[in-house]
Write a protein that binds this ligand. Structure first.
Ligand SMILES: Nc1ncnc2c1ncn2[C@@H]1O[C@H](COP(=O)(O)OP(=O)(O)OP(=O)(O)O)[C@@H](O)[C@H]1O
Length: 248
């Protein structure tokens, strides 16, 4: 079905964009940390048509600097460590390559997005739903605070993207309720916080449930030593990305 949509839409190359429900342009002045791009377009990134539709309907015209740097590299499945200030489009910089790698015909968790707080988990899940609106995607957010039973029921339906805080997710995985054995994408947003002594052992344990060839993406506004140490302990193949105008 998805295949059909893709192949039929590719015959209408000039018309698909005109059918989208694109919001009115936001004319508020913007600063260089969202404007100083190299001119790459989302359409240059070889993204699935359904994902591009969600991106344009979200009102994104072109990638922000961190998106321009991170998305093409992340799409090659390399591990990335990216630094960008809040509010520069960091969330979409990891959500877009995560969604691109999802096969919605497969009823498995295929992207694990870890964040330090419930509020951020809800926001991140919302971005997944908005950008993945045309993908028939199931996104689940779990942060504790609800009963484990509720999560078990929700996980009995297929979930493609699991967003949440580390403790609850480890609980679900440890109880064999959430299966990460075919999850190729592991993202940490606000990695500096997720690698604090409170969370770091949980992160290490969680990673051990993913396949060996999983892709790890670390996003952080700051770059303390704990993030560098974690990177070094995992692999030497991380590509470091610094949005040119990011916080130091
Ligand atoms: N390419 C883009 N074009 C237009 N707007 C965008 C683009 N990318 C993100 N945005 C919008 O910019 C705002 C900030 O983006 P986002 O929330 O992803 O930033 P962030 O860096 O994750 O910040 P925070 O950590 O504060 O949430 C959001 O309203 C988002 O919808």
């Amino acid at each position: 079905m998805a295949q059909q949509v893709r192949s039929s839409s590719s015959h209408n190359d000039s018309s698909w964009k005109s059918t989208l429900n694109i919001p009115t342009k936001d004319d508020r002045p913007q600063t260089d940390d969202v404007l100083a791009t190299k001119g790459l377009e989302f359409e240059d990134m070889h993204l699935k048509r359904e994902l591009l539709m969600g991106i344009f309907e979200a009102g994104f015209e072109r990638p922000s600097p961190i998106q321009e740097e991170a998305i093409p590299i992340a799409l090659t499945k390399r591990d990335v460590l990216a630094r960008a200030k809040n509010g520069t489009g960091k969330t979409a910089a990891f959500v877009i390559p995560s969604l691109q790698q999802i096969d919605t015909n497969k009823p498995k968790i295929q992207a694990l997005l870890l964040v330090p707080t419930r509020e951020l988990a809800l926001q991140t899940a919302q971005v997944c739903k908005i950008l993945g609106k045309h993908m028939q995607l199931n996104v689940m957010v779990t942060t504790g605070g609800t009963t484990l039973k509720d999560d078990i029921i929700r996980l009995s339906d297929p979930v493609h993207v699991l967003v949440g805080t580390p403790g609850r997710i480890l609980d679900l995985v440890g109880k064999n309720v959430a299966d990460l054995s075919e999850c190729p994408v592991f993202v940490m947003d606000e990695a500096d916080k997720l690698l604090s002594p409170e969370f770091a052992p949980v992160m290490e344990q969680l990673l051990s449930y993913l396949p060996k060839d999983r892709q790890v993406m670390l996003f952080s506004a700051t770059f303390p030593l704990i993030v560098k140490d974690f990177k070094a302990s995992l692999t030497t193949s991380f590509l470091l990305l610094f949005s040119s105008l990011s916080a130091s």
